[in-house]
Design a protein around this ligand. Structure first.
Ligand code: ATP
Ligand code: MP5
Length: 272
């Protein structure tokens, strides 16, 4: 029996390599989970914004999912950009079939401001995929869109975390504070206890794909059998180092450095 641990990302693409499927596969590889992918939408984008997109037909999304699930060892999966309600329903039924830990990154809008999900599908996301999630990783605007609550303080983060778990049925949640002021503070809530994940805020505009990379790192760790808390802590370390050791490429908001964790793990004291 092989002891290879496999992870699937179900998401849209980023040909410039910083976000979406490409960021997820790089992250899986760095953390030594065997990476597999199901493409939901092809997005023509780079560090300056989105130029166009094509959603894949439902039939080919389903064929991709069936092909990997029937053949390959899958120990965890994640979703990123799932643009329409019909896609969400299809993906939800396959996730139920897979029966492995599921990390949901509720991607709605790219950092460039371009919409990656049609507006009508926001409530569908809450009803179809959210209740299946082992952990969901909203940023502040996404947490606001999911709950209808304003999020301005750490107390607000705690409030929406409780709503997301107890009212909408995700097993746990990380409310990401990347869009807030001060230290980069994320709040993990497992349905009973809160844990803060804190690093310094690095002064950089190169944060394209931070959410994708963070959730992919959590997925890889869950695929390897780590506990939820260990997985989110490693995810936070992975993304913090990837932001700190920026590559400085692209003409807009550049990608993070997916190999920084491999090179700089010894410098983790500042992460608590
Ligand atoms: N400047 C920064 N310095 C340190 N950590 C950061 C910074 N910006 C974001 N982070 C961290 O990166 C992770 C992703 O957070 P963020 O809130 O940016 O997600 P997101 O908005 O979904 O990402 P994306 O940019 O992909 O949309 C979180 O752990 C957050 O705290
Ligand atoms: C296919 C895809 N999925 C997710 C994001 C979000 O990443 P960001 O908000 O950093 O642009 C993206 N830009 N593209």
């Amino acid at each position: 029996m092989s002891n290879v641990r496999g992870a699937i990302t179900i998401a849209g693409t980023d040909p410039s390599g910083g976000a979406g499927i490409q960021a997820d596969l790089k992250t899986f590889q760095e953390l030594e989970a065997f990476g597999m992918s199901v493409i939901t939408s092809v997005v023509a984008q780079n560090t300056t914004g989105v130029r166009g997109m094509e959603h894949m037909p439902l039939s080919i999304i389903d064929h991709q999912l069936a092909a990997v699930l029937e053949d390959m060892p899958v120990h965890a999966l994640k979703t990123g950009m799932i643009a329409t309600t019909d896609m969400m329903k299809l993906v939800a039924s396959r996730i139920q079939q897979a029966g492995v830990p599921y990390v949901m990154d509720p991607v709605m809008i790219a950092q460039s401001g371009d919409a990656l999900m049609d507006e009508a599908s926001r409530s569908a996301l809450r009803e179809t995929l959210l209740p299946l999630a082992t952990v969901v990783t909203p940023n502040v605007p996404e947490a606001e869109a999911i709950t209808g609550e304003l999020v301005e303080t750490e107390a607000d983060m705690r409030k929406v975390a409780k709503i997301i778990v107890h009212e909408f049925g995700s097993k746990s949640v990380v409310v990401k504070g990347g869009h807030m002021e001060g230290e980069a503070l994320d709040l993990f809530y497992d349905g009973e206890d809160f844990h803060t994940l804190v690093t310094p805020r690095f002064d950089t505009k190169h944060t394209h794909g931070t959410g994708c990379t963070f959730s992919a790192a959590i997925t890889a760790e869950l695929a390897k059998g780590k506990s939820l808390l260990e997985a989110v802590q490693t995810g936070k370390r992975f993304i913090a180092l990837a932001i700190e050791h920026t590559l400085g490429i692209g003409h807009g908001q550049g990608p993070t450095n997916h190999w920084a964790y491999r090179h700089h793990q010894h410098k983790l004291e500042e992460i608590r």
